[in-house]
Design a protein around this ligand. Sequence first.
Ligand code: ADP
Length: 285
Amino acid sequence: QVTFVGSVHLDRMLRLAALPTPGETVIAQEGWSQLGGKAANQALAAAGTGLVRSVLVACLGRDNDGHQAQRHLEAQGVVTELDWSERLPTGSSVALLDAAGENVGVVSPGANADLSAESALRALRASPDLLVCQWETSAEVLREVLTAARAAGVPSLLNAAPWLDTHRDLLALADHVVVNAVEAQAWTGTDPQTRPTRLDSGHPSVVVTLGAGGVLLYEDGDLTCDLAAPRVQARSTHGAGDHFVGVLGTHLACGMTLPGALERAVVSAAVFVERLHKNLLPALV
Ligand code: ADP
């Protein structure tokens, strides 16, 4: 079992020829709403492998978006353990995708801010093979759940995304950290795109994803694994990092070594970006 603790969003997706510049209004070619949020995306990727029980601990608003999100997750095989906020709407986001498959986004956390430490801690009672968290959750909740996981002997993987300086001290509480190039640079001050043979983060196990450039593994600061990504024609990189983390976590939970799990994740993420995924929500009845 892999337990994901974190965020669920309703994403409003807009596909455009080119991203607008400040002050500019452009007409989108297409728009749709889909399920998103880092934890939700990762849990869906894990469930999609069919290899593990994928459990998602999250907080939704008691609104149409929240009920649709729950139905979609469960229909896709994710086991949900949900809090329901009475005061905040389900989290939401807007993402703009350009013709080259690049994307920019804005997130409104909404009910995700009401995820309680008690719910997160309850999720550890089932003794999952791996706990996976991201930084779309409050530092207090993350601190409690990562500390409890360590005390209980549950291995943890922290996806330090999106980067927040306020969350920096949480890195030491996780067994493995996954960051993309931007986050790695913010953390260490080093540009990982140059594929440095040492990355001084102070953490024993750091995975750095480099988009089409593949992935690097640093153990005790030394580069121990450098994997190229398969060359593909990317249609959308939106959610690629989340898909990667979900598949990586799945294989770690199945007992694979970190380099072995990285090989699986890099192939699966390449296949993922070849398609424009629309995690469309079921209609309300
Ligand atoms: P994020 O989405 O968090 O910014 P990345 O862009 O680094 O993360 O992508 C995560 C992983 O997805 C990469 O390590 C790679 O394995 C895969 N990936 C992303 N973009 C591509 C691409 N254009 N071609 C092949 N693989 C890709």
